[in-house]
Design a protein around this ligand. Sequence first.
Ligand code: GAL
Ligand code: ZN
Length: 663
Amino acid sequence: MRAWPSTRLAFGGDYNPEQWPRATWPEDIVLMREAGVSFVTLGVFSWSWLEPAKGEYQTDWLDEIMDLLGDAGIAVDLATGTATPPPWFSSAFPQTLPVDRDGHTLWPGSRQAWCPSSEVYREHALALTAHLASRYRDHPALALWHVSNEYACHNLPCYCDTCAGAFRRWARSRYPDLDALNEAWGTAFWSQRYTEWEQILPPRRTTAFANPTQQLDYARFGSDTLLDFYRAEKAVLNELSPGVPVTTNFMTMSHFRHLDYHQWAADQDVVSTDHYVVDVFEDPRAELAFSADLTRGIAGGRPWLLMEHSTSAVNWQPVNRAKDRGQTIRDSLAHVARGADAIGFFQWRQSRSGSEKFHSALVPHAGPDSERFREVCELGAIAGRLGELLGSRVESRVALLWDYQAGWAASGPAMPSALLEYSLTARTVHGLLRRRGVTADLVHPGHDLSGYAVIVVPTLYLVSDAHADAIAAAPAAGAQVLVTFFSGISDEDDHVRLGGYPGAFRDLLGVRVEEFFPLRAGESVGLESGARGRIWSEDVRAPDESVRQRYAEGPLSGRPAVTRREVETGAAWYLSTLLDDDALDALLGELLEDGRVEPVAEAPDGVECVRRSGDDGRSWLFLLNHTHAEHEIAAVGHDLVADARVEGTVVLRPGGVAVVRED
Ligand code: GAL
Ligand code: ZN
């Protein structure tokens, strides 16, 4: 990336100068330099400024700001501006507006009001992209192209007639004929047999449950459609602005699952993502770590860019509280610890009007004379010292499998338990590993699993034969594999694998399940060990020698709950309920011990430890104190946060962070 800083960790965020009078711009630049900002993302929502009328481009303001930034040595991640069309476009082409499941049009007046399948939209978006690519390709400030913004954040799924047509074409390319589609969708049931392609519709609001495989295919179609759109924009950029890397900002927060990012990753010159700390998670810090590890997995282990997060409060939850003092720094470095090579924020200057006026920014409403801005400046200075770790990697011997498609299928209608949310088991296991100081890679089941000592397969409801085979081969190669309940149940068409659950893993695990006994909200079941299980239980049959724990209560009393089957030098474990944290932690402890996986460092509860390592043998130990107490951790080297020598122990103040280049 030409203008991208190579000696400091990139630090900056979305810059929306069009919200401010020109007189503010020079002041922005001065403050950016004060804060150590080295990159900004420009033009994300600027279409109505860039093309105020059809085909009439107005870029003098962008020229000016690009020059100002370039002169100040600030790199630009230039958006294609295609995330939201201007009002003139939507009123000229109302057929491009998205439609919800009930047939309601989603009107302009917010953002991303465009149908993902619309050719008209694509044509106009590509024209704008081409205009910007030709105009700025040689601008010295241009470092990176930022295509659109958070694809699918608001406009997927769209159920409009254009999408209906596009879905039919998509289905025709997936299935050789209607018989194949009928078979895949299981239309023999409920009189759903299709006899003409024209009869196929998006899964709009139905009387009762809509066909699950139709819904799964609609999710695939949505992700594929937007990926195709992204590729079209990227092709324009590659042609007209060769040599400049291209990315689009993903949303790898664990509850956003509209796009199969594993399929999108190959088309990113560098993977970038947005993350916001959300209150819906019991432990938002754990979710942040989960998201960062997932992003690294999507990026194939390579460093990635944290394109957006918040300095303090967001404004889209029912209650939006400011971050604690020090948390801006800690949250940012928590991403860096797990592989981010850039720290980006939404946004530079907090808006005075519009929908995000109460969303925090680098420069808050209070102005630069504020504690938050001082913390931002401190973070910018730290970023300046972290350049030495660019390109280094996070190493992990533990894999946790994550598959968007399995998540789509598991979230389908009419399942055994609505309480079993796809990410729950994965997040729980990840959280416990993190608490132990063990870093896990969150990887796709198709990822090369050969290097991992421990592999956890959490509720991998849908799995292809090929992926199941790869997982099944791991214990023989020496891995400890833990498969949890509700994995291996269905195939790629979401057809149940017959003969007893968990169909795809029955032989590997040596277990057979005939029926599920999911637990009700608040209910739990006791095991002989004294542990308790929640969310799920099931009737497991397994040979006595492989049973590790049994149910001690209820209809399953005496039946196996946890099993372990030795396979050559490794083992295949099965967990049939979501154990309470202590019991699950103990179980993970056994796997880690058998797999000889050590924690990154010895640290008390609430202190997160992660290590990044360079090719040259150098390593950096990240220590993040999420507690309100002071802690001392053993380390020797140089702390890049405090810029001070560490001789034996780092003293972490409450909420403090250290990044120790280890001797
Ligand atoms: C993201 C978006 C930004 C901003 C931010 C607020 O979804 O890309 O433009 O809206 O959220 O948290
Ligand atoms: Zn549509």
